[in-house]
Ligand binder design. Structure first.
Ligand SMILES: [Zn+2]
Ligand SMILES: [Zn+2]
Length: 237
């Protein structure tokens, strides 16, 4: 099940995925968290939930604190979520000059608000903050997320951010890509990006026998598009 936040700007409108397992469910990422994700998902949750963060950027971790009893991420992202940056804002005015410049360089419009509707009357976007959260489990390349009847491998895929991870299910050829791979403008110009590492990640993702890729943004796609996107990145840097 794919979930997204309709009133969050396109740049930060990230995908979340709820994967139902036999013994437990898996929630991948949690958006900006402007409204309660736990509350929204309540009708769909009938088992313990493991919440995995593909990486600690504002558009993927907003409701992490609501799932803090079983929170999984890579060690390289822990520090950011422990002390969320002051410029994780709902207005581009709240972004640091450096971050705005980097996003502009990547081709994004960085003016105005990041939400197109208020969650409730009287909501003050200036006072909004993403709460800190701490993982209960750290994962690295080769670790497994086991739902009882489905088993995902963790791939450490740095480049967009140092602790970016993907999930790979060999049995079905399913790749959950986070911001390492999606059908849109890939970002390697953030302060914590590493284009050289991103190249290695792209070579690796390109070689996967994937049938479907669920990226951190935009629509899902298949292997041909995966290879095209990897080639496009590798050819442009
Ligand atoms: Zn990101
Ligand atoms: Zn993102």
């Amino acid at each position: 099940m794919r979930i997204w936040e309709p009133h969050v700007s396109r740049l930060l409108r990230a995908n979340m995925f709820l994967i139902k397992g036999r013994d437990r469910d898996l929630l991948v990422d949690s958006g900006m968290g402007v409204v309660s994700l736990r509350g929204f998902l309540a009708p769909f949750l009938d088992k313990p939930v493991t919440h995995l963060l593909t990486h600690a950027h504002a558009d993927h971790v907003g409701s992490a604190h609501e799932f803090a009893d079983d929170l999984v991420m890579h060690a390289a992202e822990v520090g950011v979520l422990a002390d969320p940056p002051a410029d994780w804002s709902l207005s581009f005015d709240g972004y640091s000059e450096d971050k705005r410049r980097r996003l502009q360089a990547a081709g994004f419009d960085t003016t105005g608000l990041l939400i197109a509707a208020l969650p409730h009357a009287g909501f003050d976007h200036r006072a909004w903050r993403i709460p800190a959260a701490a993982p209960t489990r750290l994962v690295d390349d080769g670790d497994a997320i086991d739902l009882g009847d489905r088993r995902f491998e963790v791939l450490h895929t740095p480049g967009h951010s140092p602790g970016s991870i993907c999930l790979w299910e060999p049995e079905t050829g399913t790749l959950i890509g986070g911001d390492a791979i999606y059908d849109g403008l890939l970002i390697d110009t953030l302060p914590d990006s590493d284009p050289a590492a991103y190249r290695v990640t792209m070579e690796r993702l390109r070689a996967l026998p994937a049938t479907v890729v669920h990226g951190g943004h935009r629509e899902s796609f298949g292997q041909a598009k995966l290879r095209f996107l990897c080639d496009q990145y590798l050819g442009s840097r």
